[in-house]
Design a protein around this ligand. Structure first.
Ligand SMILES: C[S@@+](CC[C@H](N)C(=O)[O-])C[C@H]1O[C@@H](n2cnc3c(N)ncnc32)[C@H](O)[C@@H]1O
Length: 300
């Protein structure tokens, strides 16, 4: 299944693309945005496509095959954006897009443990390699730190109780699969709510939603890399170049909003005062789009 790009026409319009422009896609994924960017900058515009996930790069190469040498692929974390741009002498940079989070095939097909609805190893890394997995975080992190992760990154109301229950469970056996983690969370919720339901839904959400989000953010240091990448993106943009960022939850949107506010009138101007959100037709067809926010700035 190919990822459906979110806020596609809005992003392309916001970037004010023209023939021959040079654009960076920091989150290439299944290349839906990249494809539209290459069409809008035809016949000779260039795209630098970055993704931390080697499988995403392989898939994107297939989707973008017809554009030939107009595309340069980089398998890296976008926290190294500035270095990639200077190493490849890519520029002048007229536009940059960041479409944060996971793509549908990562979530549905790659067995990385992003989804609480599947039985998979607790991995949750975008890029793989030697870095810490979600199982590492769950099994070695101290109780107070686990609680902080669930509270700060997931806004989880039962962060304390879930952290406690995880510590007790992992004393018996390591928690290495998604189903084990879901079980701990469900038990905690059922006890707290004195519920006999198999899944006591909370405000329309499965009880595991927030803990899974929090772990993914912690494993990939998502807030840290975003804070590192945003100034680099502004730095590599040419004057009048535009940066478009699509976020999917309040924590990452807050980082983008504060950074833009702080830089306003110094290095950038806001293209829109308020973030662009999806129309009803889009999020009815693609539920993930419901929480998407697009913020766009222009380099001074
Ligand atoms: C929402 S998907 C992008 C979808 C893409 N715009 C499309 O149209 O198919 C996000 C992608 O960004 C990648 N990603 C997330 N964080 C990253 C990071 N810090 N550095 C590089 N790639 C990252 C993920 O591996 C994933 O492929």
């Amino acid at each position: 299944m190919r990822h459906v790009p979110v806020l596609l026409s809005e992003t392309i319009e916001a970037l004010k693309l023209k023939s021959g422009m040079h654009v960076i896609d920091c989150t290439l994924g299944d290349a839906g945005h990249a494809e539209a960017i290459l069409e809008a900058t035809a016949p000779n515009g260039k795209l630098l496509g970055v993704d931390a996930d080697p499988e995403a790069i392989l898939r994107a190469k297939q989707f973008l095959y017809r554009f030939g040498d107009r595309v340069v692929f980089v398998r890296d974390n976008f926290s190294g954006l500035g270095e990639s741009v200077s190493r490849l002498a890519f520029g002048p940079v007229h536009g940059i897009i960041m479409d944060l989070g996971w793509s549908s095939p990562q979530f549905e097909e790659r067995g990385r443990g992003f989804s609480f609805q599947k039985d998979e190893p607790l991995d949750m890394r975008y890029g793989g390699g030697e870095s810490t997995t979600a199982a590492d975080v769950v099994n070695v992190t101290r109780e107070d730190e686990l609680e902080r992760i669930f509270r700060e990154y997931g806004e989880e109301k039962l962060s304390k109780e879930i952290a406690r229950a995880m510590i007790e469970k992992r004393r018996i056996a390591p928690i290495i699969r998604t189903v084990q983690l879901v079980e701990v969370i469900l038990e905690t919720y059922k006890k707290k709510l004195q519920s006999k339901k198999d899944v006591p839904w909370v405000g329309g959400l499965h009880p595991a939603t927030k803990v899974f989000q929090a772990l993914r953010i912690a494993v990939n240091n998502e807030y840290g890399v975003l804070e590192k990448a945003l100034p680099q993106a502004i730095n590599v943009l040419a004057p009048s170049g535009r940066l478009a960022v699509i976020t999917f939850h309040s924590g990452e949107d807050r980082i983008v909003k504060h950074f833009f506010k702080h830089q306003e009138h110094k290095t950038i101007r806001m293209v829109y005062k308020k973030p662009i959100v999806c129309v009803k037709e889009e999020y009815e067809a693609n539920p993930r789009a419901r929480s998407a926010k697009l913020r766009v700035v222009e380099k001074l």
